[in-house]
Design a protein around this ligand. Structure first.
Ligand code: ARG
Length: 463
């Protein structure tokens, strides 16, 4: 069944029907399509464009169609061009020809734009709720691991000691910004396109303000061509999604490295790891790897919609039907990943001793020694040089800096011997190295704790 047979003499080719149909994916919009139609029918009746009785009939028919869909009574073959056609056909089956009045002052072009905005509005809120849960978990873990020292890396080379808490809080802030990005995206999603009609608006005395209020929109599109053509809100959504999965992928990469025997910093809970069909000893971080792998696919969806839109003249073009599957796939995957991650992080075993042991090897306190000498009046550049030499010496001797005895320091640097005293070993202690970095945003437990307390309040206010 088609909504446009009148002008045609022949049936469309079967393959054309199949190729043209979006039903197999846009069926998931049925609830939003019907909610939008109910609001539209109410408006048509309120404004007298259709009669009150007609409005009531249409609304009760639409509710019956929705109930039938939910009860699985409506088959979703490719017999319909899209979800809008399917709903309208079943509506007229239920209530007769009056069902045909629903589409007054409306086009599928503004209808589908409306459906996608209603759908995305709900999904963004759901994804934000999942992000909030992840943020809570990160805060809780960060609170627990305030004193757990681990190596901080640059270039994946041991650099300076940090706390695990501080490391996790870095991810907290990434995901917090993602939350805020979606919040901002919502402003552009939550704009009513309905009333743009096919492309030029309508001659009927519709009440767009009323529909906007009825459906909870913050504003109304004020150019009908733009109203039916705008998919920026989808690009933005996918842009945020691509950033979220990028952040998840970086975290995944760390989990993967940390579970390796070479690092051995964490062990994933059995419920969040998998095995090998041939190597009995294996315990693999598949979830983290698959998350890293899904990243390419979600970036792909962003590139796809950007490319789909780049050459489109105004207004609606059928190319725009391609705005959906990437969004749906992105949401399906992110919803799954964001449900798994909090528990995977909560249940993983942290090997504190291994982390701390690693932070003690590899001269992570070298900067602290240079800072110490600089604080005593030696220009930092010279202090850097001195410590560099000391590191070279330690490497040759198989020592760490704190294992060089005092008299050895003095004979290595006779000109500077007055600067070397027992105090030095205090500065080389990695706990002190961490505690000392108490500048705003630094890794010291006191500073990290201050930030955690502040952010707990933020999460509380945004839940
Ligand atoms: N299935 C279409 C889409 O998703 C609905 C709008 C179709 N409009 C049209 N005039 N063919 O974009």
């Amino acid at each position: 069944m088609k909504l446009w047979g009148g002008r045609f003499k022949k049936e469309t080719h079967q393959l054309v029907n199949e190729f043209n149909s979006s039903l197999k994916f846009d069926r998931r919009l049925y609830h939003y399509d019907i909610a939008g139609s109910i609001a539209h029918a109410k408006m048509l009746a309120r404004t007298g464009i259709i009669s009150r009785e007609e409005g009531e009939k249409i609304i009760s028919g639409l509710k019956m169609v929705e109930a039938d869909i939910e009860a699985g009574k409506i088959p979703f073959g490719n017999t319909f061009e899209d979800i809008h056609t399917l709903v309208e056909k079943h509506l007229t089956d239920k209530i007769g020809a009056v069902g045909g009045k629903l589409h007054t002052a409306r086009s599928r072009n503004d209808q589908v734009a409306l459906d996608m905005r209603l759908y995305l509005r709900d999904k963004i809120k759901h994804l934000q709720a999942l992000l909030i849960h992840l943020l809570e978990v990160l805060l809780r873990l960060a609170e627990n691991y305030l004193e757990v020292i681990m190596p901080g890396y640059t270039h994946l080379q041991r650099a300076q000691p940090v706390t695990l808490s501080h490391h996790l809080m870095a991810y907290y802030f990434m995901f917090k910004r993602d939350y805020e990005r979606w919040e901002d995206n919502l402003k552009r999603v939550n704009v009513l396109p309905l009333g743009s009609s096919a492309l030029a608006g309508t001659t009927f005395p519709i009440d767009r303000e009323w529909i906007a209020a009825e459906l909870g929109f913050d504003s109304i599109s004020e150019n009908s061509l733009d109203g039916v053509s705008d998919r920026d809100f989808i690009i933005e959504f996918l842009g945020v999604a691509a950033t979220v999965i990028m952040h998840l992928s970086r975290l995944s990469e760390e989990l993967i490295i940390w579970t390796s025997s070479e690092f051995d910093f964490i062990e994933l809970d059995d419920a969040y790891a998998t095995g090998s069909s041939i190597m009995p000893q294996k315990k693999n971080p598949d979830i983290a790897e698959l998350t890293r792998g899904k990243t390419g696919r979600i970036y792909g969806h962003l590139m796809q919609i950007l490319t789909t839109l780049k050459g489109l003249p105004l207004a609606y073009n059928k190319d725009m039907q391609e705005d959906k599957e990437g969004v749906f796939d992105t949401i399906d995957n992110l919803e799954m990943i964001l449900q798994i991650f909090p528990e995977m992080l909560t249940t993983m075993k942290i090997k504190k001793e291994r982390m701390e042991q690693a932070a003690r090897k590899g001269f992570l306190n070298a900067t602290d020694l240079a800072d110490y000498l600089a604080s005593k009046g030696i220009p930092f550049r010279q202090a850097h040089e001195v410590v560099g030499k000391a590191v070279l010496y330690s490497l040759e001797q198989g020592l760490e800096l704190n294992e060089i005895p005092l008299d050895q320091w003095r004979s290595l640097f006779p000109d500077l011997s007055e600067y070397f005293s027992e105090e030095l070993y205090d500065y080389l202690d990695i706990k002190k190295c961490v505690q000392g970095r108490s500048s705003i945003g630094g890794t010291s437990p006191s500073e990290t704790e201050r930030v955690i307390i502040k952010e707990k309040k933020w999460v509380e206010d945004n839940r």
